[in-house]
Ligand binder design. Structure first.
Ligand SMILES: Cc1ncc(COP(=O)(O)O)c(C=O)c1O
Length: 379
């Protein structure tokens, strides 16, 4: 974690709002994943934070990538091309999976020359891909329980387990190779039972597929969802890894390659944000601070990611419960109504830890406020 004194110095040097990204922390998170899940090939979910510098750092650490739009594909392609890989890869597609089950026809056409590995979960998509991306390799995304996850995904994506093998058959009939199945238990999945159930459902589908003559499925993609340690209620990652390893070894033979698509776990703890107090008022006796970044900027995850961030002061002193608002004219731009902060002056700085995932990735420039400047340390 970047020491407070350094964070403050960087903010004085570069101005605020300042997003400080620590590449050593990204490497540590990647190494922790690999240490505890040695059987798994990690595909970093670029949507969590698509900064090209993160792509380069993770590529050099040995990661592959999960992209969900053509622009994410281009970012990865551009930034890994020419870099010496840790391990020689024969094809670019050992390095990228296009893991959005719904793809525009233009996207499919642009991807097709790369013989992409893409996910799908419905019949219409098979028809589309047959026309626009006939060289794709397919991975069937199935629907699994998302109970208790901070961000739920199963209402939008995933074939019902009961129709999974029919969809495999339909893709085969359309001339595709179905290379595996994938799932996502929802983001910030602190309920580990979701993984246990999803692995059992996947094993049952693989078995049914084999019984019906489909022996070519060789990948299981267990998605993302690995929780970041936002607070001490999140159980240690090692506990989840032990469960995953035991269930994977019990249910899947060694010839099945296991992939994962973690986003949040790799980057959430790698960034801190420093903001400046630009306004102060008492409203109904409650102290209100106004800072130079908000819901339309780096704190956008409060809205889109359902993640509640906290602000802390560099100064000590008696505290009271305050509201903290962003800089725009909109009342939705409320970062928190329950922050415990001391009596501070205009120009004083506040900071937020663990804000590297789904934060500046979804910021806008509403009202003309520019996004926070990004500073990379230990790059
Ligand atoms: C298909 C897919 N893979 C991976 C991820 C990354 O998930 P997480 O950041 O929870 O690890 C997401 C997140 O929405 C996703 O939709």
């Amino acid at each position: 974690m970047i020491p407070l004194s350094r964070l403050k110095r960087l903010a004085r040097e570069h101005g605020t709002p300042l997003f400080v990204l620590d590449h050593d922390e990204i490497r540590r998170n990647y190494a922790e994943l690999k240490k505890h899940l040695p059987r798994i090939q990690v595909y970093y979910a670029v949507k969590a934070n698509s900064d090209p510098a993160i792509v380069k750092t993770l590529f050099q650490a040995g990661a592959s990538f999960d992209v969900a739009s053509i622009s994410e594909f281009r970012i990865v392609h551009r930034n890994i091309e020419g870099l010496p890989p840790k391990k020689r890869q024969d094809y670019i597609w050992d390095k990228i999976i296009y893991a959005n089950p719904i793809k525009a026809t233009e996207t499919l056409s642009e991807l097709d020359p790369y013989k992409p590995l893409v996910t799908y979960d419905n019949y219409e998509e098979i028809r589309k891909m047959r026309k626009y991306s006939p060289h794709a390799g397919l991975v069937l995304r199935i629907r699994v329980p998302n109970t208790g996850s901070m961000v739920e995904l199963s209402s939008k994506f995933g074939a019902a387990p009961g129709e999974a093998v029919d969809l495999i058959e339909a893709a085969r009939a359309a001339g595709f190779t179905v290379e595996g199945i994938s799932f996502h238990v929802g983001s910030q999945a602190t309920n580990f039972d979701n993984y246990i159930q999803a692995l059992q459902i996947s094993a049952d589908i693989l078995q049914e597929a084999r019984l019906r003559g489909h022996h070519g499925l060789k990948h299981l993609d267990i998605g993302g969802g690995f929780p970041a340690p936002y607070d001490n209620k999140v159980r240690p990652f090692r506990e989840l890894a032990d469960l995953l390893n035991a269930e994977i070894d019990r249910l899947f033979t060694r010839d099945i390659t296991i992939l994962a698509e973690p986003g949040r776990f790799l980057v959430a703890t790698a960034a801190s944000l420093v903001v400046k107090i630009i306004g102060k008022a008492r409203r109904d006796r409650k102290l209100c601070y106004y800072v130079d970044d908000g819901i339309y900027g780096t704190y956008s995850g409060i809205l889109f990611d359902h993640c509640q961030y906290h602000l802390e002061s560099f100064q000590k002193g008696p505290t009271e419960i305050c509201s903290v608002f962003g800089p725009t004219c909109d009342a939705l731009d409320t970062i928190s109504t329950v922050e415990n902060l001391p009596d501070l002056k205009l120009g004083d700085l506040l900071y937020t830890r663990n804000i590297g995932a789904y934060s500046n990735a979804s910021s806008t420039n509403f009202n003309g406020f520019p996004p926070a400047k990004v500073v990379h340390v230990n790059q």
